[in-house]
Structures are given as C-alpha cells and as structure tokens.
Design a protein around this ligand. Sequence first.
Ligand SMILES: Cc1ncc(COP(=O)(O)O)c(C=O)c1O
Length: 395
Amino acid sequence: MKGSVEKFDFKATRIRKLPPYLFAEIDRMKEEATASGIDVIDLGVGDPDLTPPKAVIETLIHSAQDNDAHHYASYTGLPRLRQAFAGWFETRFGIKVDPDEEVLPLLGSKEGVGHIFLAITDPGDEILVPDPGYPVYTAGAILAGAIPKYFPLRMENGFLPDIDELRSLISPHTKMLWLNYPSNPTTALATMDIFEEIVNLANEHGILVCQDAAYSEIVFDGKKAISLLQAPGAIDVGIEFHSLSKTFCMPGWRVGFAVGNAKAISCLAKVKTNLDSGIFLPVQDAAITALLKCEGDTGKRCRVFENRRSRFVSGLKEIGWDVPLPPATFYIWAPIPGGYDSMGFAAHLLEEAGIVCTPGIGFGKHGEGFVRMSLTMPDDRLEVAIERIKDMQII
Ligand SMILES: Cc1ncc(COP(=O)(O)O)c(C=O)c1O
C-alpha cells in the first residue's frame, strides 16, 4: 500500500541541505535512450569492469564454508586483517604503522570517508574541501552539521591546491582538510612538496588532514603514488583512506581501511562500533589474500587501464579533441570543446552519440568546462565511442 507522498514531510534539515542531484536529467536521457534500443556506451560510472584476482574469490568460497564464518565480526576487524593492511602499507610506502592503534578496517573507503565527519567535527565546524572533488566530502560535512569551504584545483596548477589560498580559508573553526590524490576527477598526482606544505599548515592550526587514496595503485608510466604519511609530521595530523575496490577490482565487496593518527582512528572506530558490526569474515579472509598474495594482479589490472588510457587519448587526439594524458586513475578529465557547458555537452554526447559521460559541474563549480569519462569498458567499446564522437563532428 502506498501512502500519499504529500501527507507528512519527514525530511530532516540536514537532508534538505544536501546539494541537489545534478544528474537526474542525464539519467532520464540514458534510460530513455536504452529503452528505445540505442546501444548506450556508459562512460559515466567509476566501477571497474575487470574481475578480482582468482585467489581472492577462492578464499571467499573456502572461508564461507566454515560454519563459524557467519557470526558477527569484530568491530575493528580480525587482528590478522589489520596486520595485513599494516604490512601492505609498509611494503608499499615504507612506513611502519601500529596495526592495533593506527589501522582501522572499513566497509569500503566511502564508509570511513562519510563517517569520519561524525567522529571529528561538531556542528558549525568548517571543512576545507577540494573543488572539483568527490561529492562525499560535501555530503559527509553537511550530514554532520559542518560547513564545507571549497578550495579550487586549477589545471594551470596541476590540479594541486594553492597553499596561500588554503591559508586564507583557514579560520578558528577549521577542523579538517580533504585531499584526494590520485585525484578523482582530475586524475592528478600529488607531490611530496605539497603534502609537506599541507602537513605543516595543519600542524600550525591543529587541523586533521584526510587524504583519500582510493586510486593509489592505478598510476601509469612507471610512476607510483606517494602517501600523505610519508611527509614528516603527518602522523600527528593525518589520516589516509585506502580501498580494495580499485586496487584489486573489488568494488562490490566493500573493503577498505583507514591508516594514520591514532586519536583520529580511535574516534572513527567509536562511531563505527555504534553503527556497524564489522566486515563479513570470509570477506576479511579474502582481503588478506589480496593484500598478501596478489600484488602482481594489481599491476596487471593497472596495465590494462594504462593501455586503454593511451589508446583512448590518442584516438581522441586523432579526431582533434586534445585531451591531456591522465597520469593516474581510470578517468579522462577532458576540457570541453567549444561553446558548451558541461551539462549541455554531456546531454549532446548522449543524444548524438549514445555516450554517457559525467558533467564536470557535478564535482563542483571548478569542474565546469570539463567532462569525466571512465575507462571501465573494453577496448572495442572505447573504439566505437571514438568513432561515434568523430561522426558528431563537434571538434
Ligand atoms: C575519490 C574516491 N574515494 C572513495 C571512493 C569510494 O570507494 P570505495 O568505497 O569503494 O572504497 C571512490 C569511489 O568511486 C572515489 O572515487
């Protein structure tokens, strides 16, 4: 039985304050195109099409057959999972962390990114958020009653923050600063200089730096992403979020971890003990297999994205769309050719070519002028996409 939507309005003020969903029109157009039989190529979603390593799936199956595997798990994860995270982190970044005090398993990194606001901020606190940036930083702040203050990431700055601009945004109410490198949507990599400057700034003002490293292992051309915790003094002011979703192509499994400042970790753990009941034990076992045994698989998957990136970007260049070669992530952050805003261009691309992309404005005001395209499609589909864009003759 369905009641009248109008009768009661149960909506909390914090829900009203969330930004409007900008992509409703694109979603509607996509549904319409699909329903009318158009072969839609969806380059909108950041959901890897590649499968997780075989050993990970085998561990899950094996572990799920254990009768003891189906109980509530510990809030803070199995000690051997925390040790595996700490071991992976040390091998990868050369930084030793305490698996009990400085590591916290998460139900996917988004869960930690969203909940840390409840752990650290009070209503009215200010949060420095990158623009363009992953929308969850804004949503997390608003749901906790905090106030997002945006700092621009500009192409001419390599999509890195301008430290003077950041400094000018800091007030006595500033509690937290968000970074995301490798960056979604800009694809930029951080430099150690910028991490060091931000850690110094945070130490000066008592601000927690949250660095979202979900794409840390999808980096190309022989480069490696750095960790915020490699910057001297970062452990006093920093926490970093890692994810198995992109690293091991396991987005549906919901596993990630936070690593860094022990106080921040324990506050986040406190929120989590009140809201969730841990990760399914077989998923924890499978995550341990991924972390301890599947480094080579990560590299293989990364090379698939790297090859797609190179082919797609050179294909677009050949037809006259000069998009920068992304150094990391599985996205293309493309300046829009002549005359369109990002919503208009995305609509046009869908109408004329049956291609879905994400309008840059969805990532913030400074995302205007760009669209994001995901490389989570096989080569032959990306080639069809290029042909269709060519036929549009927009470039
Ligand atoms: C920048 C960024 N951070 C975090 C996440 C969340 O990843 P997960 O919750 O799957 O670990 C995403 C997902 O797309 C993302 O783009």
